[in-house]
Design a binder for this molecule. Structure first.
Ligand SMILES: [Zn+2]
Ligand SMILES: [Zn+2]
Length: 350
């Protein structure tokens, strides 16, 4: 491209229930920065729950959008390992120098999701036609992937981070509670690890999607999921349970459906208001339970997520519910609130 754009058009949330499309100058590229022409950015819970007013501690104006991908169209002076035309997934922008960044965990860096110089909270600027990122936060992707599916690199990395901690083995039984996008992403990965996967959910459209994807499903409004899991496992219980919906009742059920010894439970989701986790300390002791938490993905998890998507080993097409252009962002937020799966903002059709 001979003439590079000078301004970027982006969406930000200015208050509960309201977003605006704004323009700002494209920041000057530092040595290791690249300019990205965005292809797609999906609306995460972090974004649409701010739209709903459930996460206002995140602040306004908020220029989020972290589940994204795009094409590199300009390089900073010292960039060698990326070239113009590369398709990249957005990772986490940390400082690059602190212990968290140096150990591959930029999501724990103090600068991650910090305010931009011009005052935007969560200054990730993924919902933008052009965005500037440092190469240490980017991951190369197969250019033939559908952009809205490629935008699953970040959420998939968070799932891989948790799954590695759960050390799932082939032929184990893993229950995922919640068949939203993150629940089904967990279910897909558990299946790729060789487990028998049961998905528990109460909403009919989500049950239907889980069923179509070939999982064993439990309709938790029609039957007791704890009893059902015990039946399916001949009385034993699940080897591992992933709580992918942040709800006290769901977490209670998850702990109860574990097998009697060495059961593993993963707290995957955050909830606002915060759910409780009722586990007996003596049960943890006598039953030798393992309780894990997970948040974000490490750089290794991003690399694995890219492989899983780029090779087609994980297919997320069923998790893209609808695509909207940036100009319809307000409608897209509402669709994300009302919908079941990811709403994707796409940039090729203007
Ligand atoms: Zn996300
Ligand atoms: Zn850092």
């Amino acid at each position: 491209m001979d003439t590079l754009p000078k301004t970027m058009t982006f969406s930000c949330l200015v208050k509960k229930g309201q977003c605006e499309i704004r323009k700002r100058p494209i920041p000057v590229l530092k040595d290791y920065d690249v300019l990205i022409k965005m292809k797609a950015c999906n609306i995460c819970t972090v974004d649409y729950q701010q739209f709903m007013g459930l996460r206002e501690h995140q602040g306004y104006p908020m220029a989020g959008g972290h589940e994204g991908c795009g094409e590199i169209i300009a390089l900073g002076d010292k960039v060698k390992d990326f070239k113009i035309g590369d398709m990249v997934a957005l990772g986490y922008q940390g400082c690059g120098h602190c212990p968290a960044c140096r150990s591959g965990h930029p999501s724990s860096c103090e600068t991650f999701r910090s305010e931009s110089e011009d005052g935007y909270k969560f200054g990730e600027f993924g919902f933008a036609d052009y965005t500037v990122k440092s190469i240490d936060s980017l991951f190369k992707l197969n250019p033939n992937l559908d952009p809205s599916e490629a935008a699953f690199t970040e959420p998939l990395s968070t799932v891989l981070n948790g799954m590695k901690k759960l050390h799932v083995k082939p032929f184990e039984t893993v229950v995922v509670i919640g068949a939203g996008p993150m629940g089904l992403l967990n279910a897909l990965v558990a299946r790729a690890y060789g487990a028998r996967v049961i998905v528990s959910e109460l909403l009919d459209p989500k049950l239907e999607t889980a069923r179509k994807m070939g999982f064993i499903v439990i309709d938790s409004k029609a039957e007791d999921p704890v009893k059902r899991v015990k039946e399916i496992t001949d009385g034993e219980g699940a080897d591992a349970v992933i709580g992918a919906v942040a709800n006290t009742k769901a977490y209670d059920q998850g702990v109860q459906m574990l097998k009697d010894r060495y059961g593993r439970f993963l707290v995957f989701a955050a909830g606002y208001p915060e759910p409780e986790l009722n586990i007996s300390a003596n049960d943890i002791h006598y039953k030798e339970m393992e309780i894990y938490g997970t948040y974000g993905g490490t750089n290794d998890d991003f690399e694995d997520a890219v492989k899983a998507l780029s090779t087609g080993m994980i297919n997320v097409s069923a998790l893209v519910e609808a695509k909207y252009p940036l100009k319809d962002m307000q409608k897209a937020y509402q669709a994300a609130v009302d919908g079941n799966y990811r709403i994707s903002i796409v940039f090729d059709e203007k």
